[in-house]
Design a protein around this ligand. Structure first.
Ligand SMILES: [Zn+2]
Length: 362
């Protein structure tokens, strides 16, 4: 089965079901979310493979007029959009030139259930979150949308009974919370940044979603997700858990293991059937390396460690077959570190670089 990132790992949902302590409607929602996740896995993998087959494209220079993009947005073309989108709630297409670069921010927010209740807030948060994330990549990494070619951003809100937020290769989908287990996903900018960043990684055709390669993928998007938030506190998914659930966030980049039960641990060799080989579990190791590098370098993370990590990914030197290792990625960041090479080396050494133990092998 092909992989799909939901911000809530499958094992967390399975844990809620297995414990059986939650109300019945909560259990049903967890089951629905797991089913939905599996349905969307193939969609994302097909999309990833189609990206891999395509040649990198040059910036289009805005040759498509905005009114055509808006018409395309109104007439959602893919089968999935026809099924899912009852109607479009908000859209805009703005092209302008900033310091010689094309800024093409096109976004559409769809309602997946044609619901009229309690909707405006989610629409605005999704719409604003997509724009802020686009601007984060444009301003600090000179990236024009996640394909670096101005691709339109599609967000789906109010997905009934979905306990998750995910990117399926084409769209960013946000479920509602219920106030019992989850407080909702649409208003979390780091979650939007996390899912958006999965698209960025997919478009590099590096870090397929399994084993150490997948954990590096998860870690990269956690690091870039947290950087989209102005006041970074190193917590991914803070506020996701409803009151009464014992969790500060989904993951703590600074102190893996401490955010929610056993969400992060030391390196664990796991089969593909368990969290794609531990992609949300072993990601704590490169996450902490990023935190250490960012704090040793100092200043804003998006000016210090962020560009080093971004250069390592976009060097396109990592293997495309899903066998990238922590050491390979660490070496690329060290190569890309320039004047900060010693600090980046120290950060990785603190998490056991060069990972010599047998248990670090795939
Ligand atoms: Zn993810």
């Amino acid at each position: 089965m092909a992989p799909l990132c939901g911000i809530i790992p499958e094992y967390v949902l399975e844990g809620i079901i297995e414990k059986g302590l939650a109300p019945q409607h909560t259990i049903h929602r967890c089951q629905f979310t797991l089913k939905k996740t599996k349905q969307l896995q193939d969609v994302r993998e097909r999309h990833r493979q189609s990206i891999a087959a395509a040649q990198p494209q040059q910036t289009s220079q805005g040759i498509i007029p905005p009114y055509i993009l808006e018409t395309l947005a109104r007439n959602a073309t893919t089968e999935q959009k026809r099924e899912a989108a009852s109607h479009i709630l908000a859209y805009s297409t703005k092209h302008r030139t900033v310091a010689g670069r094309i800024h093409q921010l096109s976004r559409t927010v769809y309602d997946t259930q044609n619901s009229q209740t309690d909707l405006t807030n989610n629409v605005n948060k999704c719409y604003d979150g997509l724009g802020k994330t686009y601007d984060f990549y444009f301003n600090f990494f000179q990236r024009n949308s996640f394909n670096n070619n101005g691709i339109k951003l599609d967000g789906f809100v109010h997905t009934r009974d979905l306990y998750n937020a995910f990117y399926n290769g084409e769209e960013l989908v946000f479920g509602d919370g219920d106030g019992v287990i989850f407080d909702g996903f649409t208003d979390k900018l780091d979650v939007i940044g996390h899912e958006f960043s999965h698209s960025v990684v997919d478009y590099t055709n590096r870090l397929p979603y399994q084993f150490q390669s997948g954990a590096l993928n998860e870690s990269f998007v956690d690091a870039f997700g947290i950087m989209t938030v102005d006041q970074a506190n190193w917590l991914i998914g803070e506020g996701i858990w409803a009151a009464g659930v014992n969790g500060r966030a989904l993951r703590d980049i600074k102190n893996p293991r401490t955010a929610f039960e056993d969400a992060q641990r030391d390196f664990k060799k796991l089969p593909l059937s368990n969290d794609q080989g531990g992609v949300h579990i072993n990601s704590g190791i490169p996450n902490r390396a990023f935190f250490l590098a960012a704090t040793k370098i100092g200043g804003y993370a998006w000016e210090g460690a962020g560009p080093i990590w971004y250069r390592a990914l976009s060097s396109l030197k990592l293997p495309t077959n899903g066998k990238a290792t922590f050491k390979e990625f660490a070496d690329l960041t060290i190569e890309s570190a320039g004047e900060h090479v010693d600090k980046v080396q120290e950060a990785w050494t603190a998490v056991r670089y060069p990972f010599p133990e047998k248990r670090h092998e795939l």
